[in-house]
Each structure stands twice: as structure tokens, then as C-alpha cells.
Design a protein around this ligand. Structure first.
Ligand SMILES: [Zn+2]
Ligand SMILES: [Zn+2]
Length: 355
């Protein structure tokens, strides 16, 4: 079978390998669709993420769907939770499997991910895909799960104003979930024009194009077309100078963090979901203290697959319009290059053709 390994920065190689054999409690899977995530790009470009480094060749891919191969459920299409938590450590026992101290995560550290024709994975991580969901929809349930978890942490209330700083796939999913949760107004920023356009199409009322730093916003909504003002004064102006009740930082960039803390109301919440390339976040200490802000950090997700499947099945969240590029496994290097250039939104690698 074909398998794609990352050997070093920008060094992806397609190998031939033998089909894996499932251990007890595991299932052989024929991988169908794999999404490329911003976190995969950290491995691809920087040979690691946070304090995890590439020490031996790694198979990336943690947003994926598959078809069960063999056994009682042969042929069943599934979405696969990439995290295997231990179930017995203190965080697991307290209901936080996403904080498990012994977690095994597909395509991370020493655990190979889904960019290969066949793999084995824990049976407990498999979620049956309903008829109406495609394999690509199945791969999108993982980033949707992260977005659901981020919104869960925010405890949104009906009528709130929400800011989303960073409009990649997770930011665009948070916008849709905020709208579903009853946000009265959603303000979104990104440094790429096609992303702010997508944010507007998916429910943000005010969108701003940033220069990536904490200043230099250009409002592209009808009320403020063409104006350029420093700082977040435009974001505040878009909401009657009041600021946002909850700010989601989903860019992994210092400028977005600073915009988020500057735009949020005193006593508000800032949900930090982005992953910075240099493994550092800095905050204007005086401002966040004076505002008495609550900061929460998003660690992956927990218990979100059933809700994600329901939201997509019932047409409440649109994951399909986020998929802009598709490549076969043989062209995965090109897929990563496109993703690294931040073209499009979600790039999918089709490993085995399914449905
Ligand atoms: Zn991801
Ligand atoms: Zn655990």
C-alpha cells in the first residue's frame, strides 16, 4: 500500500509499505478523505508544533474519514476521532479526555496519521457516517469538533456580540456556530480577502481585512467601505463603540491576539484557539488586567462527534463550501504547497475514492 511520510521540512515522500494488522480493540481502515490542517503545516514547514519535534519520519493527517475493512461492520463508512485517550488518568476520569496525559494522536509525535491507504485505529474512535454525509464531510467533523469545543468554552448567550479573529476553516465554523447560538452580531477579521469574503457569506455582519499586525484594519462591509484606521477602533465602531462580548482568536498570530484582547468588553472572554509558530503568546498585561478578562485556551475537543454529525446532517452547519481544493495522495506534496500558501480554505487529500 502507498504511504506518505514527512522526512524533514517540505520533504514528503511516497513509499510502499505493507498493510498494517489490527491489534485487539483496533480496526483495519481504508482511508478515504484527509483534510490538511494548520497544525499539519507546522510539522510540514517547521518540523514540529509547540514543543513536539519531528524525530523520525511521520505520517501526517488527523482530519479523516475511512471505510471499515473486515469484521462485522465491513464496508461501513466512518469519521475517525484522531485522539485515543487512556480513560484512566485524572483528566480522563474528570471528563477531560482532551487533556489526557497519555493521549495518542494521529499524525503527531511518534504516532502515524491517515495519509496512507490503510491504517489501524481504536474501534472506540469510529463514528458511523449517516447516508447524507460524504467522506469529505466526515473529514470536516474534526475541525468542526474543535470549533464546537471553542464555542462550548465561551458559554455564548443569545444576543451577544462575537468577534472572530482569523477566518481559516475553524474560524469560519465558529462564525456559523456563533450564529446558531444566537449571536446578535458577528465581527470577523483576517488578512486574506477570500477568507473575509467567506466569513461574510457564512454569517459575519462586519468583516475587516487586517495587515496581520495589530493595526491597519480596512473595513470591507458596506458601512465602512474603503476606510483605513489604526487599531481596533473600527471594530468598536461597528458595534456602537462597545466592543465584543466574546473574542475568538483563531489565527495563531500575535496581531490577532492583540486585536482580540483590545476589542473585547471589560469582563469579557477571550478564547485562544490559534497555534503560534514560535510557541509564544504575549498580552498587554495592563489592559487585560484592567478589563478583568477571562482567557481560555482550546485544547482540541471532547465529546463533540455526535453533535458535529447532527449539525452537518441537519444542514445547520455548512462544511462543504469550505472545501476548495482536492488532490489525490500521489499529489499530496502539491496539496501541502497550496495549503502553505494559504490558497483556498480547506484542502482535502483523497486517499481512496469513496463517496
Ligand atoms: Zn487539525
Ligand atoms: Zn487519560
Amino acid at each position: 500500500m502507498k504511504i506518505l511520510r514527512l522526512h524533514g521540512p517540505h520533504d514528503l515522500r511516497l513509499h510502499d509499505d505493507k498493510e498494517p494488522v489490527p491489534a485487539p480493540g483496533q480496526q483495519l481502515l481504508k482511508v478515504t478523505s484527509v483534510g490538511i490542517c494548520g497544525s499539519d503545516l507546522h510539522w510540514f514547514s517547521e518540523q514540529g508544533i509547540g514543543d513536539a519535534r519531528l524525530v523520525s519520519p511521520l505520517v501526517l493527517g488527523h482530519e479523516f474519514s475511512a471505510v471499515i475493512d473486515g469484521g462485522a461492520c465491513n464496508g461501513q463508512r466512518v469519521a475517525v476521532d484522531p485522539a485515543i485517550s487512556c480513560g484512566v488518568c485524572e483528566p480522563c476520569q474528570k471528563g477531560y479526555p482532551n487533556l489526557c496525559s497519555k493521549v495518542i494522536f494521529a499524525g503527531h509525535g511518534g504516532t502515524d496519521g491517515a495519509l496512507r491507504e490503510f491504517m489501524t485505529w481504536d474501534i472506540t474512535c469510529l463514528h458511523q457516517l449517516p447516508e447524507g454525509l460524504t467522506d469529505e464531510d466526515g473529514a470536516m467533523l474534526e475541525p468542526l469538533g474543535v470549533a464546537i469545543h471553542a464555542v462550548d468554552l465561551a458559554h455564548l448567550k443569545t444576543g451577544m456580540t462575537v468577534g472572530v479573529f482569523g477566518c481559516g476553516p475553524i474560524g469560519l465554523l465558529i462564525i456559523q456556530l456563533a450564529r446558531l447560538s444566537g449571536a446578535a452580531r458577528i465581527i470577523a477579521t483576517d488578512k486574506l480577502p477570500h477568507r473575509v469574503e467567506a466569513a461574510k457569506a457564512l454569517g459575519a455582519q462586519h468583516v475587516f481585512l487586517t495587515d496581520g499586525g495589530p493595526s491597519g484594519l480596512t473595513c470591507t462591509c458596506s458601512t465602512g467601505a474603503g476606510r483605513t484606521e489604526p487599531e481596533v477602533s473600527q471594530i468598536l465602531a461597528a458595534n456602537g463603540k462597545r466592543g465584543v462580548d466574546v473574542a475568538f482568536e483563531v489565527a495563531g498570530e500575535q496581531g490577532a491576539v492583540e486585536d482580540a484582547v483590545a476589542a473585547v468588553v471589560p469582563g469579557g472572554k477571550v478564547i485562544l484557539a490559534g497555534i503560534p509558530a514560535d510557541d509564544r503568546i504575549s498580552l498587554p498585561a495592563g489592559m487585560v488586567r484592567r478589563k478583568g478578562l477571562t482567557l481560555k485556551l482550546v485544547r482540541r475537543m471532547k465529546h463533540t462527534y455526535p453533535r458535529a454529525i447532527d449539525l452537518v446532517s441537519r444542514g445547520l452547519v455548512d462544511v462543504r463550501s469550505l472545501v476548495t481544493h482536492r488532490f489525490p495522495l500521489e499529489q499530496a506534496a502539491e496539496a501541502f504547497a497550496v495549503a502553505e500558501r494559504r490558497e483556498g480554505l480547506k484542502i482535502i487529500v483523497t486517499v481512496n475514492r469513496g463517496r
